[in-house]
Write a protein that binds this ligand. Structure first.
Ligand SMILES: NC(=O)c1ccc[n+]([C@@H]2O[C@H](COP(=O)([O-])OP(=O)(O)OC[C@H]3O[C@@H](n4cnc5c(N)ncnc54)[C@H](O)[C@@H]3O)[C@@H](O)[C@H]2O)c1
Length: 263
């Protein structure tokens, strides 16, 4: 089945597509929205932070709209998808980007803290796919892009709950990819695994972490990607250029996860 929008008009790699980006008020999500709008998509931006989100959408202009949404709320997902269906009648791309990060080791993370992280990072992705997939199938197919992390690959002792949540994203991506293949519904589902990205997210918890020695800090900096670097990969996975990819877990970490410790 084709995943090309039948409303295809104008230029750009996402021309005519209806795209939903969660957590789009700032950081990578905001970069995704800007780039995708510039590539011809109609971008529906959502975030729990309505003030910055609506201002960001207004700044991007024309083919964007903003809705307040808590990705951990099933009611918010059901209402959002109903609105998209009523207004556009289709959905071509879902970018599950919203997430939260908190410092916590296995010996001091609380059950409440663990559940808080899973509710946004893992439940949010499950609910997003669960509610959007029927509309994407009705649209003739599409692309689901899930933001995971190198935390799903590395052992990261300072972020035990976050690491588990991002491993859940990696797992659900593969289960959904095979489901879509088996049902030949034209939907593809892939995950991205960045290491450090220069956004507010890691900066806001940096003070909670034990100090890295200067060599390790330098090494970490050398692996840090810019949000635009990641947005370009999201664009590729969202577009028909990646039609041959389904169930992939793309490392986007400047080789951080494959570099031997002696190098
Ligand atoms: N920044 C990094 O170093 C890094 C590394 C690997 C992966 N990632 C992943 O990339 C994605 C984007 O990260 P970022 O650095 O841009 O983060 P960010 O904190 O800058 O942006 C996340 C956005 O999600 C929103 N959000 C938080 N909880 C929400 C909820 N319940 N419902 C809806 N929106 C909510 C926030 O308001 C914010 O606008 C995330 O999935 C993150 O886990 C980030």
């Amino acid at each position: 089945m084709s995943n090309t929008a039948d409303t295809n008009q104008g230029a750009g790699r996402l021309a005519g597509k209806i795209v939903l980006v969660t957590g789009a008020s700032r950081g990578v999500g905001l970069c995704n929205a800007k780039l995708m709008a510039a590539e011809g998509a109609h971008v529906i931006m959502t975030d729990i932070n309505a003030d910055t989100g609506s201002k960001a959408a207004a700044e991007i202009g024309g083919n964007t709209q903003f809705y307040k949404q808590d990705v951990s709320s099933e009611q918010d997902w059901a209402e959002l998808v109903a609105k998209i269906d009523a207004e556009h009648g289709r959905l071509d791309v879902l970018v599950n980007n919203a997430a939260i990060l908190q410092f916590g080791e296995i010996n001091n993370e609380s059950l409440e803290g663990w559940r808080r992280i899973q509710s946004v990072n893992a439940d949010g992705v499950f609910l997003g796919i669960h509610h959007c997939l029927p509309l994407m199938e009705k649209s003739g197919g599409g692309s689901i892009v899930n933001m995971s992390s190198s935390a799903a690959v590395f052992g990261m002792p300072y972020f035990v709950a976050y690491s588990a949540s991002k491993a859940a994203v990696r797992g659900i991506t593969k289960a959904v990819a095979v489901h879509c293949h088996r049902h030949q519904n034209g939907v593809r589902c892939n995950s991205i695994h960045p290491d450090g990205i220069a956004t507010d997210m890691p900066m806001e918890v940096a003070g909670d972490m034990p100090e890295l020695d200067s060599n390790k800090a330098l090494q970490a900096m050398s692996y840090t990607c810019m949000p635009d670097d990641i947005a370009k990969i999201v664009l590729f996975l969202a577009s028909d250029d990646s039609v041959g990819m389904n169930g992939a877990a793309l490392n986007a970490d400047k080789s951080a996860t494959i570099t031997p410790p002696y190098l």
